[in-house]
Design a protein. Sequence first.
Length: 271
Amino acid sequence: MIYFFILFIFGCVQQNIIETDRLEKNYFSEVQGCFILFDMKTNLVVKAIGGEVCKKQLPACSTFKVPLAIMAFDSGVLKDENEVLKWDGVKGLRPETNQDQNAKTWIKDSVVWFSQRLTPKIGKQKLEEYLENFDYGNKDLSGGITKAWLIGPSEAPQALKISAYEQIEFMKKFWKGELPVSKRSLELVKKLMFLQSSDKGFKLSGKTGSNFYDKDHKVHLGWFIGHIQNGDQKYLVVTNISDLKPVETKLYGGARAKALTLEILKDNNLW
């Protein structure tokens, strides 16, 4: 009798799981992607969508600006968030990058040339030491210290790559103050990463990252890594998307990954 009761209970649990899966909205119907939600209080992943995609290492793109900013402040290469680097006059595609920048505008507008000025000042050996101490992705700078994180996913394999789960591990140490750097450098970067607040009181901090699989820039790779907080509710979020076919859009992959992140958070009453 007990045996049949256990079978009955197990069957109900199985049925509930199936129903939950069936009701789950398909956020990645037109792209290959991953979403991870990590609860800072319980130290657990509470939602993961994407299966093996979440374990796949992809170029870090501009999400690398987060560890790079920590390195720059910790090493003294950047004194504070107001220090200005002069624009060299070489025009980029986005007008907002074609001017002098400080650390605040560097992160806000994702200015590539600013990053490329910092890495030589820090130096390859020190960069590699930081990557090792942070246990950051594949720790590979063989593609060059001014472009390793910028190498496209379909280009040479010597790219600085990281998986969604590895992004969570890095962010967890960052937001919990467990990285082997000065507390000041961590607090400065957290302040730079703040993006917006929701009507429900959630505060979002994060960084996008974008690249392309093709020379025509129509097959996008997008990242969003972030932290959300409302009172004692604290979560980390990581999303990546890879287009399955060319897409006609003016939005970079990172902006699309951020928009998808907010959609999923809203659906889970966290935004």
